[in-house]
Design a protein around this ligand. Structure first.
Ligand code: ADP
Ligand code: MG
Length: 355
């Protein structure tokens, strides 16, 4: 393995990774490749296996089935299990543990113990500068804000120039305004280092903003991997439709040439993916909430609430059981409590699942 871990520019591949804890299947046949310089975000519901996947690559968990490759060399499989420190993989986890009794500089320099003093100090200064924490270099971790600690943890991981970086919710403890700046700084550094990076986040906006590609993990399966644009335009799973694509989902039943929903019917010809639909199928579709118009009408649906969200007005329509959120640029001329009919003709519907 010695030669593999010294290569700087790396591609990491997960091949057929399947993992269980006691009787519970946690990851099923995961195949994912992250190229050098590429940033891939994993997003998925809590408990879907995101952290486990990172722990397996880092060497904190043994590979049970499948293998992990660095470039074309085997890094780990069920028989080969090099320890974390021999993997040339940088790690930053949510509960980033900086050494409490070391200063920021000492923390960051830890991975450079074998580098000459002068060069080490130079690298530490450059690293801290690149993440804008040079002014806290002599302080101890507990005196820093959450955001500063995350920045230091990132510098510490980046400073040894690992070929691969694994980040598990690295910005979760940082407040929103600082978070955006932090992730932009992180992306810039990761790109500058040409690092293959896998970032777990539960924030869809963050995934869209950071990633070259997004991998969506649901119940231990990768349900879709694609560029933010691909996932936005053609989500293949209800979770993606609701979180990343900003679609509203609704259920209906196929009757003749139409899908009957609690909010009105729409022609099957408007549904992307309609070829899979058969008579009497129950299907879930996603629609663009800004493409639906409303008109007062006798109908089982009514306006439950109207709210102003800054860039848009959001109207909550109550059907018999479900609620639909529609978005409008201008204040809609409709009142709370009013019965309404929806025009779904330009909703840009996407088939998500068939029961
Ligand atoms: P995520 O990071 O997506 O929230 P995790 O990878 O932490 O998910 O966990 C996936 C599943 O595996 C969960 O059901 C979790 O309870 C379980 N799990 C995680 N680590 C262990 C462990 N060491 N032993 C047993 N079960 C675990
Ligand atoms: Mg996790």
């Amino acid at each position: 393995m010695g030669s593999a871990v010294k290569l700087k520019k790396m591609r990491i591949s997960f091949e057929h990774i399947t993992h269980r804890f006691t009787n519970e299947s946690v990851l099923q046949d995961i195949n994912l490749e992250i190229d050098r310089g590429e940033i891939v975000c994993i997003i998925g519901p809590s408990g879907s296996g995101k952290t486990t996947l990172l722990r397996i690559a880092a060497g904190l968990e043994r590979v049970q089935n499948g293998r992990i490759m660095l470039n074309d060399l085997l890094l780990a499989n069920s028989e080969l299990h090099p320890p974390p420190e021999e993997r040339s993989i940088g790690l930053v986890f949510q509960d980033h543990v900086l050494f409490p009794h070391k200063t920021v500089s000492e923390n960051v320099g830890f991975g450079l113990r074998n580098v000459r003093n002068k060069e080490r100090l130079h690298k530490i200064a450059l690293g801290l500068e690149s993440m804008r924490v040079v002014e806290v270099s002599d302080r101890y971790p507990q005196t820093l804000s959450g955001g500063q600690q995350q920045r230091v943890a990132l510098v510490r991981a980046l400073i040894t120039e690992p070929g691969v970086m694994l980040l598990d919710e690295p910005f979760a403890s940082v407040d929103v305004p600082l978070r955006k700046q932090l992730r932009e700084d992180a992306r810039k550094q990761l790109k500058a280092n040409d690092t293959a990076t896998l970032i777990v986040t539960h924030d869809p906006e963050e995934a869209m903003a950071l990633a070259d590609r997004v991998a969506v993990l649901v119940d231990g399966k990768l349900v879709q991997t694609g560029t933010p644009k691909e996932l936005w335009h053609a989500p293949k799973h209800p979770f993606i439709a609701k979180t990343l694509s900003g679609l509203q989902t609704l259920r209906g039943k196929v009757q003749g040439p139409r899908l009957k929903t609690a909010f009105g019917d729409l022609s099957l010809s408007l549904i992307n993916g309609r070829d899979k639909l058969r008579e009497n199928d129950r299907a879930e579709i996603g629609i663009r909430p800004e493409k639906v118009s409303l008109a007062p009408s006798e109908s089982p649906c009514f306006v439950r609430d109207i709210r102003f969200f800054g860039q848009k007005y959001v109207v909550f329509i109550q059907g018999d059981r479900d609620t639909l959120e529609l978005h409008f640029e201008k204040e809609p001329s409709i009142n709370i409590g009013e019965k309404v009919k929806l025009n779904l003709a330009s909703a840009q519907a996407q088939l998500l699942s068939i029961d």
